[in-house]
Design a protein around this ligand. Structure first.
Ligand code: AP5
Ligand code: MG
Ligand code: ZN
Length: 216
């Protein structure tokens, strides 16, 4: 089961990824989470990535593609994986296809979580994320049981630095210019499925489960 999650910032990729990864026992690979971990550890990659992420721009393909290829070589990806936030450019999509092709495999499903722009700003400005495990919450739509504490791991919940109104607007522009073309790319490959991401979190997950099937 090799799955890609597509969708604008705030579509619910991270939220659904946690549910999918638990249900189907496949690793959840989020390039955003990998960059944020490197930023908090002040690694050379983190220092480079931070300058782009803080502005809402994409980290260059040259940095991003190698990180994902390395991660996909891990044993836990042998029976499948779930990519969240990668690919984000046609160049990244082609690199991923090449990598999988060389290993005799391909993407099974590119799942687009479709959410119109008018929903996004509310979702982003109310979002809180766990500093320990990366889980997403929302102060109104998906509040944690205990304020500022992660239900899953007890970690501290904070606001992401790139969740300001100004940066979110830039991220939406970047999405429509650089990532939206991937919808056509995966449609042409016959691997695109679309779910309505404006429904409640559990309803979105039910629709995704129907698309992916019940096999473990
Ligand atoms: P990344 O971390 O991937 O951010 P993003 O794509 O902008 O997406 P988000 O994580 O903001 O949203 P999400 O879809 O995961 O939504 P969530 O589930 O949290 O990337 C960050 C940055 O890193 C990029 O800008 C770029 O600089 C860099 N980067 C990353 N990957 C890269 C790549 N491949 N190439 C180059 N650069 C890269 O949900 C959002 C909120 O809505 C939450 O509060 C949640 O609780 C709530 N919510 C979720 N579902 C629902 C629902 N159904 N109803 C109501 N509320 C909901
Ligand atoms: Mg996310
Ligand atoms: Zn947590």
């Amino acid at each position: 089961m090799k799955i890609i999650l597509l969708g604008p910032p705030g579509a619910g990729k991270g939220t659904q990824a946690k549910l999918i990864s638990d249900k189907y026992s496949i690793p959840h690979i989020s390039t955003g989470d990998i960059f944020r971990k490197n930023i908090s550890e002040k690694t050379p990659l983190g220092v480079k990535a931070k300058s782009y992420i803080d502005k809402g721009q994409l980290v260059p393909d040259e940095l991003t593609i190698d990180i994902v290829n390395d991660r996909l070589k891990n044993d836990d990806c042998k029976k499948g994986f779930l990519l969240d936030g990668f690919p984000r450019t046609v160049k990244q999509a082609e690199a991923l296809d090449d990598f999988l092709n060389n290993n005799g495999s391909k993407i099974d499903t590119a799942l687009l979580i479709d959410v119109p722009e008018k929903f996004i700003l509310d979702r982003m400005t109310g979002r809180r994320v766990c500093t320990a495990c990366g889980a997403s919450y929302h102060i109104r739509f998906n509040p944690p049981k205990v304020e500022s504490k992660c239900d899953a791991c007890g970690g501290e919940l904070i606001q992401r630095k790139d969740d300001t109104e100004e940066t979110v607007k830039e991220r939406l522009t970047v999405y429509s210019n650089q990532t939206q073309p991937l919808v056509e790319y995966y449609k042409n490959n016959d691997s695109l499925s679309i779910v309505d991401g404006t429904r409640e979190i559990n309803d979105v997950f039910k629709n995704i489960s129907n698309i992916l099937g019940s096999d473990k």
